[in-house]
Design a protein around this ligand. Structure first.
Ligand SMILES: Cc1ncc(COP(=O)(O)O)c(C=O)c1O
Length: 371
């Protein structure tokens, strides 16, 4: 049976219908006027809208590669339509019916659903709230074995905002290496660490890693639909043969804007803005959590525009989310989308006034439930 992508469907149905969309996990988007000079905008207006390179504009490939210092160059990068396409192509390239894959949960949930739809046998391992949403590495070592084709992680983590240490990444790479498994690391929240210390990419720890990333979250430009894949040139070539069957190329206009975003000093400026916004918004969010006494359990995120909280209320998470949506016109993500009823994911990357008003409305809903 086809596995639907519950969270994306929930967002597609309602995110543009509510007054306060707190289901988004990125930073409040920037406009072209925020990003570019009048001269640069004029250049874009004069562009002829050809097809682009199917692998990505060479200028953009180099700008992306420069964010992965060391051995990585343009041959290691493939530009996609959002990191969602990168994730899809990774699954489609690597996973064949009957393959065993290991998924670290919770995560964005695209790859687990995709792997099942591709006929894989999916084994799961859960991040532990008691470990600050980190992995029990002994447990991981007991789950990965010689049958494991692919281990898929999301770092920084959606929905928890946890960030792996270098040591953890080294240990995970060693576990995968022992059995020759590939590692897929979805790193779309890299660069929006609240303390400004950029998480290292998995590509620096393991040769057989495939990284998906993009401009939608830390870089605050989801509507450009620019994503990418970083891997060995051999894997990139293999993924490219699949990409010929999907979207051919990314929009040339988006790639032009994306090149500006990924080139210094703009890249640093945008990431600095994201980290600062999230730092400030987390203070507001933490105050809001505290104002509800013992109602929530909360491990604050280290990166990404999300806060994942457990709640002590006698109501199913999906039911609560629809009550909120209908009565207060606020959208958040129910833990059910992650197979974790009793939890809620709040987007905290919006402008402060908007976030504050949205949270007030959540409080009103909670009050109406008698808590
Ligand atoms: C972890 C993760 N990966 C990928 C995506 C897809 O994002 P996009 O295709 O906009 O880059 C999302 C979106 O929420 C996400 O949270």
């Amino acid at each position: 049976m086809f596995v639907e992508f519950e969270m994306e469907r929930l967002q597609s149905l309602y995110e543009n219908e509510v007054k306060y969309n707190l289901s988004d996990s990125g930073n409040h988007p920037l406009s072209m006027n925020d990003l570019m000079s009048a001269e640069e905008i004029k250049e874009i207006l004069n562009m002829e809208i050809y097809y682009g390179y199917t692998t990505g504009d060479p200028k953009l490939l180099s700008a992306i590669a420069s964010w992965y210092p060391g051995e990585i160059n343009a041959d290691n990068v493939l530009v996609t339509n959002g990191s969602a396409e990168a994730n899809f192509l990774i699954g489609w390239t690597l996973v064949e019916p009957g393959d065993e894959v290991v998924m670290v949960l919770p995560n964005y949930m695209q790859v687990p659903g995709l792997a099942k739809n591709l006929g894989a046998s999916v084994k799961t391992i859960r991040l532990k709230e008691s470990l600050g949403w980190h992995l029990d590495l002994d447990e991981l070592a007991s789950v990965v074995n010689k049958k494991t084709k692919l281990l898929s992680i999301c770092n920084p983590s959606n929905p928890t905002g946890a960030v792996m240490t270098d040591e953890e990444m080294k240990s995970i790479a060693a576990i995968a290496d022992k059995h020759g498994a590939y590692i897929h690391s979805d790193e779309v929240y890299r660069g929006s660490e609240l303390d400004g210390n950029e998480t290292k990419s998995f590509v620096h720890f393991y040769d057989r890693s495939l990284i998906s990333c993009g401009l939608s979250k830390s870089f605050a430009h989801p509507g450009l639909r620019i994503g990418w894949l970083v891997a060995s040139p051999k894997v990139i070539q293999s993924v490219w043969t699949r990409k010929d069957y999907t979207t051919l190329c990314a929009s040339v206009i988006s790639q032009e804007i994306g090149t500006k975003i990924m080139t210094l000093p703009t890249r640093k400026k945008i990431l600095g803005r994201s980290s600062k916004m999230l730092r400030e918004n987390l203070v507001l969010f933490q105050d809001w959590v505290n104002s509800h006494g013992e109602l929530f359990t909360f491990v604050p995120p280290r990166a990404g525009g999300m806060a994942f909280v457990g709640y002590n209320m006698n109501i199913n998470s999906t039911e609560l989310v629809h009550k909120l949506r209908v009565e207060q016109s606020v959208l958040i993500v129910p833990g059910d989308c992650y197979g974790m009823d009793g939890y809620l994911r709040f987007g905290i990357g919006a402008n402060q006034d908007y976030l504050a008003e949205g949270l007030d409305r959540v409080s009103a809903c909670i009050k109406s439930l008698g808590y």
